[in-house]
Design a protein around this ligand. Structure first.
Ligand code: AMP
Ligand code: ZN
Length: 466
């Protein structure tokens, strides 16, 4: 299996460190507002990544954190804590805000068939580990104090640009000179911030009462569960130059080992060709899509139509297209659901091989979807249905239920003639009486009438032959 690794800027062969279980850490949502369809693309991508890894025979042990403290309004350490601002505005406790939006996040994930992680890690449950991590860095001389917190000295970490591939700090700031304040270097970042007396979330630490910086949380959580080096770290491309760069700096400075073998990033979702922003009123949620009559899975289908490393332009016209296409897929697939199977092993093998090949080529979901379409266009065959449902374990488009629902709605249950049913019952009796030759003869006669009989654990099933 090959995956594009931001560290090497190439598609690298993926094998878990222990040869068995892929340990995957995904930067989770900052739980101060409803998750946008942009955020959710990041988790549709990781969901597909995990299921494709399982398709390749490995297991997955995954963590998603929830940022319930420390993420300031700007990723570069400026402004106020996002949770705290939301809590004051709603006149609620920060933990109530975090719970509300964590629940909303996972509800949205459920609707998009994004599997929940083995470990959900709220940052505030790991304050002790973060303090330990910072104390370790302090001992090694990587930190210094200012009047508002404890900072990481980025100039002391020689591999600071290993992920972003930038050359120096000037490039980060696009040539604009920034006021350093008390910081020694533009890239230095806060590990522990001293709390103002009015702060709603604060903890004791060796450096004074305060709260952790945003970047330290992922480092401490990942290290706590996975140890020094793990398999895959994911996030959106916005994390490459700041958040993930800082995570690497502060963990590698402490352990002198690589943090993760693979860093994999999804591209952004734009809306109508531009940025999603609150001021433009285009930060859509899954609920917004439902209110407009869309099935949330149509959004998943839309996302899978593009590669995760391409910018995705969301428009309602495009979503209508995806919804129509998805509905047609369900309709086409339902034609295969109650048919006899050709049991064509060669065909099944060919399609399985291609599906695995595409999914293992850096998650080529659009080609994987094209295979599904190719399959449903074949002549009615239960084998097609079974294969598509098998592939849907990875794609997770809820096809099995959708087909069931479609068949109920359109009431296309095939009517089996009374005579055929009687013959089928008689055949079962003959089999019980061990009169196999007569039973086989009856099966042939039933076939002659246009019906296929197959044995199931509860008896038999009759399907119409075309
Ligand atoms: P946040 O809640 O802002 O911490 O972001 C959660 C995840 O969503 C991160 O991995 C971000 O990189 C990602 N993300 C944020 N906005 C977008 C977007 N418009 N498109 C795709 N991913 C995004
Ligand atoms: Zn993170």
């Amino acid at each position: 299996m090959k995956l594009y690794n931001t560290l090497t800027r190439s598609k690298d062969q993926f094998i878990p460190i222990d040869g068995k279980t892929a340990r995957i850490y995904s930067c989770g949502p900052t739980v101060y507002s409803s998750p946008s369809i942009g955020n959710l693309r990041a988790y549709i991508f990781t969901d597909i990544l995990k299921k494709a890894i399982e398709l390749n025979g490995f297991e997955v042990f995954d963590i998603v954190n929830t940022t319930d403290v420390g993420h300031l309004q700007s990723d570069a350490d400026e402004g106020e804590d996002k949770i705290e601002v939301a809590a004051r505005k709603a006149n609620l406790d920060p933990m109530a805000i975090a719970k509300r939006y964590t629940d909303e996040f996972f509800d949205a994930c459920d609707k998009l068939m994004i599997r929940r992680p083995k470990i959900t890690a709220p940052a505030t449950s790991y304050i002790e580990q973060m303090i330990e991590h910072i104390a370790g860095l302090e001992k090694l001389g990587y930190t210094y104090n200012t009047s508002d917190g404890v900072y990481f000295d980025s100039s002391r970490f020689t591999d600071y640009y290993i992920l972003s591939k930038k050359k120096d700090s000037k490039e980060d700031k696009a040539g604009i000179r920034v006021a350093l304040g008390e910081k020694k270097n533009a890239n230095d970042f806060c590990l522990w911030r001293f709390a103002k007396p009015t702060a709603l979330q604060k903890w004791q630490s060796p450096w004074g009462i305060g709260f952790p910086g945003w970047h330290i949380e992922c480092s401490a959580i990942a290290r706590h569960h996975f140890g020094d080096t793990f398999d895959i770290h994911t996030g959106g491309v916005d994390h490459i130059p700041i958040h993930h760069t800082n995570e690497i700096a502060q963990t590698q400075a402490l352990t002198n080992k690589p943090v993760a073998n693979f860093w994999i990033h999804n591209e952004f979702v734009m809306v109508d060709g531009g940025k999603m922003s609150k001021s433009l009123g285009n930060v859509y949620t899954v609920t917004n899509l439902e209110e407009r009559g869309f099935n949330p899975i149509a959004f998943r289908y839309f996302v899978l139509g593009a590669h995760y490393r391409t910018l995705l332009n969301f428009t309602f016209d495009a979503l209508i297209g995806a919804q129509t296409s998805y509905d047609n897929l369900v309709k086409e697939l339902s034609k295969h659901a109650s048919r006899a199977s050709t049991n064509n092993d060669k065909l099944a093998h060919q399609y399985r091989t291609r599906f695995v090949e595409y999914m293992s080529d850096d998650l080529n979901t659009s080609r994987a979807l094209a295979i599904v379409w190719e399959l449903v266009k074949l002549s009615p065959d239960k084998l097609v249905y079974d294969l598509v449902i098998e592939f849907d374990q990875v794609l997770s488009l809820g096809l099995e239920n959708a087909v069931k629902q479609y068949l109920i709605n359109t009431n296309v249950k095939i009517e089996i003639p009374k005579l055929v049913k009687e013959m089928a019952d008689k055949r079962i009796q003959l089999k019980k009486d061990k009169q196999f030759a007569d039973a086989d003869k009856l099966r042939e006669e039933i076939k002659y009438l246009g019906y296929e009989i197959s044995d199931t654990k509860d008896g038999y099933e009759i399907t119409k032959i075309n």
